[in-house]
Each structure stands twice: as C-alpha cells, then as structure tokens.
Design a protein around this ligand. Structure first.
Ligand code: ATP
Length: 256
C-alpha cells in the first residue's frame, strides 16, 4: 500500500539496565522522503538506528517496515527486507578495489548459500552479470568510474565514503540509513554530498534516513526532521519548523 508510511516507529523505548536511551519515540516516514534525525550527544540517535537495522530489539514499542514489525525478522534478514545502512566509520576492505568493494554489497542481499548456488551455476552466472552491470551503473551515478580499479586505501576520504554508499545501494534498499555521512568531510565535500543525496533520492526513488550533526546539511537536504533529546522526541516537522522549535533551540544552546 503506497499510502502507508514506509517506516512507522511506534512508542519505542530502549533501556540498558538503568539507562533509558529511548523513551516512547514515535514518528513515521513517507516513501521517497529524506528525513534527518538530529539531537545533541547521547540523545538516542545511534540507539534508534541500531533498532532500525535490527541490532537491538526495543524494550517496548514496535517498528513497522511496510506494515510488518521488524522485531519479527532476524537481524540477518534486514538487508533482504530492504533496509541498507552505512556506518559512522568506514567499513570497507581497504586493500580491495573500489569495484570489488561495491560488488560485496550485492552479495549481502542474495546470500542463498554456497552449496545451493554451486548446484545451479547458470543462474549464478546470470546473477553475477546482473550485479556487475548494477555495480557499473552505481559507480557511474556516484562518479566512481575513474577509480573503479584502485584500492580503497588510495582514495581521499570523501571518495571512499561514496564507495560505501555505492556498496549500500547494491542491495537495492527501499530505506537507506546513513550514519553521519558528513562526518570528516570538508566544506566542498559536504556540498557534493547534499547534491548526491538528492540525486539518489530522485534517480533511485529511495527513502533516506540520516543521523547527522552537520545542521546546515540536514536543514538543506531533508524533507522532514525529527529531533531527539534525552531519549525523547522533542520536535518533528519541516526543517524550518524544527529549527525554530523552542525545545530544539533550548537543547542545542543548553539554556535553562
Ligand atoms: P552521539 O551523537 O554522541 O552519537 P546518540 O544520540 O547517538 O549520541 P546514543 O549513542 O544512542 O546517543 O546513546 C543514548 C544513551 O544511551 C546514552 O546515555 C548512552 O550512554 C546510552 N547507551 C547507548 N548504548 C548503550 C549500551 N549498549 N549500553 C548502555 N548504555 C548505552
């Protein structure tokens, strides 16, 4: 049902012993939107991301992805459901080429077991062809064709980040979770990232949720912004609404 939100977070609470990292957080994100998740250090952003990629199960509440509770799926099925993510620190194979790193992302989704694959080689060859075409398309989209053969260790940080993007996109996610994509990027690279996010949103019709401390990027690229503070949702709306919200101003300025 395309009118349903792609993701529906309902009353999610996460406790670690005595610490309440998330406290009854609810919000929904529409298909095709870019949503920014903001909040000061310790607000609960990473904890929420870890629930969305099913590394944690909420203590209370539920997360519906296309209407189905995530808690019902095991963690290793998350990519197959259509949720992809990148990490705060690059998680690439540094000595491998850009192309090989990107190809690894395609095998996350299909993983039907080595033996099963060996028994139907023609189908596997077709699948490899399809993945390799897709890798070429994504490398072109992310402007990586010229460095496809180079090892990741040769690349500037901003370029390596695009490799991580391409790899996450290989599993054809419906929802892409980006953990601080602007972290460590210079001013020009952040500008390039903003254009890139818009490009992949429109060309791949992707829904994106990003955790980001770079306010200028979040406010310029997002359709919707959700703000957390001390585990609670304090604002949810358009960038202009959230930026002007008194609780958000207070959370960031640390005023009484
Ligand atoms: P930052 O912007 O610094 O990354 P954040 O918004 O991502 O912060 P979280 O990392 O989600 O915040 O942390 C929320 C709260 O939960 C913090 O008080 C943190 O100490 C606590 N917390 C997070 N993970 C755990 C854990 N595995 N065990 C115990 N406490 C945790």
């Amino acid at each position: 049902d395309p009118s349903l939100p792609l993701l529906d977070v309902r009353g999610v609470t996460v406790r670690f012993g005595g610490i309440t990292a998330l406290d009854g957080v609810s919000f929904a994100i529409a298909r095709g939107a870019i949503t920014g998740l903001i909040g000061p250090n310790g607000a609960g952003k990473t904890t929420l991301f870890n629930c969305l990629s099913r590394l944690y199960v909420p203590t209370e509440g539920s997360i519906l992805f296309e209407g189905t509770p995530l808690e019902q799926s095991p963690a290793h099925r998350i990519a197959a459901l259509g949720i992809g993510r990148t990490f705060q620190n690059l998680a690439l194979f540094r000595t491998m080429s850009v192309r090989d790193n990107v190809m690894v992302g395609g095998h996350c989704r299909t993983g039907s077991g080595f033996l099963a694959n060996a028994l139907r080689l023609p189908a596997v060859r077709r699948e490899e062809h399809r993945l390799s075409d897709q890798a070429e398309r994504l490398m072109a989209l992310l402007d990586l064709q010229d460095v496809a053969q180079r090892p990741v260790s040769d690349l500037p940080f901003g370029t390596a980040k695009r490799v991580e993007f391409a790899r996450a996109l290989m599993s054809e996610p419906k929802l892409l979770l980006l953990d601080e994509p602007a972290g460590g990027l210079n001013h020009e690279e952040v500008d390039g990232l903003r254009q890139l996010l818009r490009r992949i949103q429109s060309e791949l019709r992707l829904t994106i949720l990003l955790v980001e401390h770079h306010m200028n990027l979040v406010m310029r690229v997002s359709d919707q912004v959700v703000a957390l503070d001390f585990g609670r949702k304090i604002a949810d709306g358009t960038p202009a609404e959230v930026q002007a919200h008194p609780d958000v101003v207070r959370a960031y300025l640390g005023a009484e």
